[in-house]
Design a protein around this ligand. Structure first.
Ligand code: PRP
Length: 174
């Protein structure tokens, strides 16, 4: 059992998600989006964010990349375990992520997806740890910058648990 402290309450998450949605709605006025959730951590954010956008024409897709633990994280080499079902060609694609930590997962994913010739390819992340970055990733929309601490809840796990907490918590006894 982990001891935790609330870092971002459910209310603050929901308020910020509405703000992000407003920004994205303005930027993509008249353009339908392909929202691509990166499994599994983005599941709750994608769900709330897509509904906050509330646009009929936007589509939902998912991608899952392999995680081989520390070795993968340091090399940044990821493999696609579950791919997006549709072609990206000519589409406005917005990758939806729960957290950008080192940035390695996303920078590799951007490389893999940009060759599929989307009309645009951008990233929205709920959380970002600027101090943990090992590579610069062009993240267009950031919900919250957070300190370099181990966080769980609202999609983020500790050994697959805690994903279903409504708020983001810091583990105080890792
Ligand atoms: C987490 C998170 C990002 C990635 C960020 O996924 O959802 O995809 O790590 O780390 P990075 O910026 O250091 O590359 P994880 O591999 O834990 O899988 P999960 O979403 O299924 O929990």
């Amino acid at each position: 059992m982990h001891q935790t402290e609330v870092l971002i309450s459910s209310e603050k998450l929901q308020t910020r998600i509405q703000e992000l949605a407003e920004e994205v709605r303005k930027d993509y006025e008249g353009k339908s989006l392909m929202l691509v959730g990166i499994l599994k951590g983005s599941i709750h954010f994608l769900s709330d964010f897509a509904r906050a956008l509330g646009r009929e024409e936007d589509e939902l897709e998912f991608i899952q990349v392999s995680s081989y633990g520390a070795a993968t994280k340091s090399s940044g080499v990821v493999q696609i375990r579950k791919d997006i079902d549709q072609s990206l060609e000519g589409r406005h694609v917005l990758l939806v992520e729960d957290i950008v930590d080192t940035g390695l997962t996303l920078s590799h994913l951007l490389e893999l997806l940009s060759v599929r010739r989307p009309e645009s390819l951008e990233i929205v992340t709920l959380l970002s740890k600027p101090e943990a970055r090992k590579t610069q990733v062009p993240v267009k929309y950031v919900g919250f910058d957070i300190p370099n601490q181990f966080v769980i809840g609202y999609g983020l796990d500790a050994a697959e648990k805690y994903r279903n907490l409504a708020d983001i918590r810091v583990v105080t006894n890792p």
